[in-house]
Design a protein around this ligand. Structure first.
Ligand SMILES: [Fe+2]
Length: 331
């Protein structure tokens, strides 16, 4: 009788799982040593316990690559916050260790964790604690790369190789590239900080749009594309009063697409700061692939940028080409 009750309870638990479980990406625990909770897979039309809480995470590249591919994983809803808190703690620790042991490996870890934590903001862009943590870490990162400028180009190249999802990686790549460019132009201090911050946070308003829009292979409809044009304003609304970003930073964000949006171009007067953010944004977007298109070559991207920026900002465009060539193209 007791055996039958136990069996029925197990069956009941199994049947209730679909109501509790949410999809989970293993990238969230790549920096963990042990599984922070039970992980379920969905196979043969049923949820199965795949990895048990507190068991060791297989770290070997092959094992990680294998489990990253298939099957899809799920966790119980209540575990999500616990994992996010743990990732924030790891982020704080990694930035503390940057000052203690500067070098490419601690720098790389800090960048990966910053990107990983940034991704959770796209699911909850009104998370003030998360926004401020990102802001504080980015400030530390700026000081770090201003103290160790020779590490920046290499760190950027290494980060690109990590192949984080483009929606979350693009802000990091474009803002680091902006910093590299500003260092070449000898623009430093507060002006540099505002431009890099604006470059990093400019697309946070994308968090208000359905995530599947960015994952599907189809090209978005004209209505969807039209509503996406609102994202700079959404970003400003999210950031205003939440992080200590200067007013000019919000202005840059508001107009960061004005060079490619004819309507916005006509109604706005923009300066060099916005041009730099826009130039980095277009370049990094073009050289990365999307589910619906392949990446453009650096030469194609530069040729497109030439049409836009050579006339209004000839000197800056020339310096940008020189920077891309020396940091990324020259063997
Ligand atoms: Fe944008």
């Amino acid at each position: 009788m007791r055996k039958l009750a136990k069996k029925n309870l197990a069956l009941l638990n199994q049947l209730s799982l679909p109501f509790d479980l949410i999809p989970f990406s293993l990238s969230q625990i790549l920096h963990f040593e042990i599984f922070p909770c039970d992980l379920y897979s969905f196979e043969e039309q049923t949820f199965k316990l795949h990895f048990k809480e507190n068991s060791l995470i297989p770290k070997k590249d092959l094992a990680v690559a294998t489990i990253l591919e298939k099957p899809s994983f799920f966790i119980q809803n209540e575990e999500e916050q616990k994992i996010q808190d743990k990732n924030r703690e790891l982020l704080r620790l990694s930035f503390r260790s940057l000052s203690v042991s500067p070098g490419m490996s601690s720098c790389q870890k800090a960048l990966n964790l910053l990107c990983l934590n940034f991704s959770s903001l796209y699911f909850n862009p009104l998370d003030i604690e998360g926004l401020n943590l990102q802001y504080q870490c980015l400030k530390i990162l700026l000081d770090y790369f201003n103290e160790h400028p020779t590490l920046l180009a290499e760190a950027l190249k290494n980060f690109e190789k990590q192949r984080h999802p483009y929606l979350f990686a693009q802000p990091m790549i474009s803002s680091l590239m902006a910093l590299l460019f500003l260092q070449k132009l000898k623009i430093i201090g507060k002006q540099s900080e505002i431009i890099v911050m604006a470059s990093f946070f400019k697309d946070i308003g994308m968090g208000f749009f359905p995530k599947h829009w960015f994952l599907e292979k189809r090209i978005l409809s004209s209505e969807e594309l039209y509503s996406l044009q609102e994202h700079p304003q959404h970003s400003c609304n999210v950031l205003h009063g939440k992080i200590p970003l200067a007013r000019i930073g919000l202005e840059i964000i508001k107009f960061h697409h004005c060079f490619t949006n004819q309507e916005a171009k006509r109604s706005s007067i923009v300066g060099l700061e916005t041009a730099i953010v826009s130039m980095m944004d277009i370049y990094t977007a073009m050289i990365s692939s999307r589910p619906y298109r392949k990446a453009y070559s650096p030469y194609e991207a530069l040729s497109y940028l030439k049409e836009i920026f050579q006339d209004p900002f000839p000197l800056e465009f020339k310096y940008f080409v020189l920077m891309v060539n020396s940091a990324f193209l020259k063997k």
